[in-house]
Design a protein around this ligand. Structure first.
Ligand code: GDP
Ligand code: IMO
Ligand code: MG
Length: 429
């Protein structure tokens, strides 16, 4: 299989950035296809940490990095991220980086609306990253978005702004907010336009050329399948499809381009924001996992909720997203635990479930059924081969593989790029 699609198999933050960076040196192009700067990916290379939200993680290896049409792009966030990367010695030029000219833009008015809605929702809030992601996708499907290509035609933008402002001004009035300041918005767009336009092009065409030359494409998903707007824990989800199929529609390649679907899966479970989480641990075990795993959001700094590995959920997400194999990350965080638990089913209203029901209130009432296994005292941190793992860690990984009905292709044992065990090369046939 020439191509690899990396997606999150849980609620995000599974370690996608680390694995994409590790695979990037063997890819000819890395493509983001959904989400925006709500994503936060951490890469550690020879002791240097890179935190990336919008630019594909392949940029650190210098691999051609493309932002596809499925992404919602905040031009100011893009500029500051590129400046930050350049400050760390990473080169970002029109030679190694491009943005699809049909990407919808995230504007300050989207961020405003995200915040206003969350505040008004009180207890019912989603717990978004506050980046304007949801409102920007709403404007895309509502056919009133300003897109990257519009930045080259700002003299003709008034009719588009009429439609956009008619919608937003009505919403803002409901929140007692003043109408959009059109003059400021246009002035801001004029200022940022040249920066974005130097990278803008039809990414589908660039990819067609790359593919014709027989190149390997690595698709980099953001978030996780449980945050997918269709398949996730709705309404506590993000506003895009995070499943593997989006790699095709969000970049402009056909569905046969996705190749090996690598589902990044944490050896336990975390979630940021509101919503059901059947295996959540609010005791000192959860606190210990959170501390050892440094479970704080990259984007918002929020403490991540932590729980045991949920095999029901990962079996479901692997099936929905057509996962070929998983990369199991952060196994080292479980080092030193007496016992480890895996959720194998739910109890709800006297019935046993082998899947997560769709109704939000039912999801919230699912009681996990656990299987307990012996932990391991030895360290797995930094292990680079199967032989370096203690027997009980191997048993744990094997049991996960069995329960989720999907093979393990990689195991990650530290944040560092090279601390990775290869079981099956996703780029090999
Ligand atoms: P992403 O959003 O899926 O890219 O994941 P994040 O970067 O938000 O969160 C994953 C965190 O775990 C980051 O801080 C990584 O550096 C770290 N990480 C990734 N793989 C491993 C691993 O195998 N072991 C440990 N201890 N940390 C890891
Ligand atoms: P990466 O790519 C974890 C969550 C938010 C919130 C919900 C909706 O780093 O895995 P949004 O701002 O998207 O409208 O928020 O989705 N969320 C993430 N959680 N990792 C992410 O990205 C996330 N991106 C969004 O916390 O619950
Ligand atoms: Mg993250």
């Amino acid at each position: 299989m020439a191509n690899v699609t990396v997606i999150g198999a849980q609620w995000g933050d599974e370690g996608k950035g680390k694995i994409v960076d590790w695979l990037a040196s063997r890819a000819d192009a890395v493509v983001r296809f959904q989400g925006g700067h709500n994503a936060g990916h951490t890469l550690v290379v020879d002791g240097t940490t890179y935190k990336i939200s919008l630019v594909p993680s392949g940029i650190v290896t210098g691999t051609l990095s493309l932002i596809g049409n499925g992404v919602v792009l905040d031009p100011w966030a893009l500029k500051s991220e590129i400046e930050k990367l350049e400050g760390q010695g990473v080169k970002v030029t029109p030679d190694n980086f491009a943005v699809a000219d049909n990407c919808p833009l995230i504007l300050p008015l989207h961020r405003d609306l995200d915040g206003l809605r969350e505040t008004a929702a009180g207890q019912g809030k989603i717990g978004t990253t506050g980046r304007g992601i949801g409102p920007a996708y709403e404007d895309k499907v509502g056919r009133r978005a300003i897109r990257v290509c519009d930045l080259a035609h700002l003299d003709e933008i008034e009719p588009q702004l009429d439609r956009l402002c008619a919608h937003h001004d009505a919403l803002r009035a409901g929140f007692d907010e003043p109408p959009i300041d059109r003059e400021t918005l246009i002035a801001d767009l004029r200022e940022i336009a040249p920066f974005v336009l130097q990278f803008a092009q039809p990414v589908w065409k660039r990819l067609k050329k790359v593919r014709k030359a027989g190149a390997r494409v690595l698709f980099e998903g953001a978030q996780g399948v449980l945050l997918d707007v269709d398949h996730g824990t709705y309404p506590f989800v993000t506003s895009s499809n995070t499943v593997s199929g989006t790699a095709a529609s969000g970049s402009g390649l056909g569905p046969n381009a996705t190749g090996f679907v690598l589902g990044i899966t944490k050896a336990y479970t975390t979630r940021v924001g509101s919503g059901p989480f059947p295996t959540e641990l609010t005791d000192e075990i959860g606190q210990g996992l959170g501390e050892r795993g440094h479970e704080f959001g990259v984007v918002t700094g929020r403490k991540r909720r932590v729980g045991w590995f949920d095999a029901v959920l990962v079996r479901q997400t692997c099936s929905i997203a057509g996962v070929t194999g998983i990369a199991l990350t952060k196994i080292d965080v479980l080092d030193g635990m007496d016992k480890v638990k895996i959720c194998t089913g739910y109890r709800l209203d006297g019935k046993i479930y082998d899947y997560l029901p769709s109704h939000a209130a039912s999801q919230a009432r699912c009681e996990p059924i656990y299987e307990e296994m012996e932990g391991w005292a030895e360290s797995t941190a930094g292990a680079r081969s199967w032989a370096d793992l203690p027997a009980n860690a191997i048993k744990y990984i094997s049991r996960i593989q069995e329960l989720i009905e999907c093979p393990v292709a990689l195991v990650s044992t530290s944040p560092e790029r090279e601390d990775t065990i290869l079981v099956r090369d996703p780029f090999e046939d």
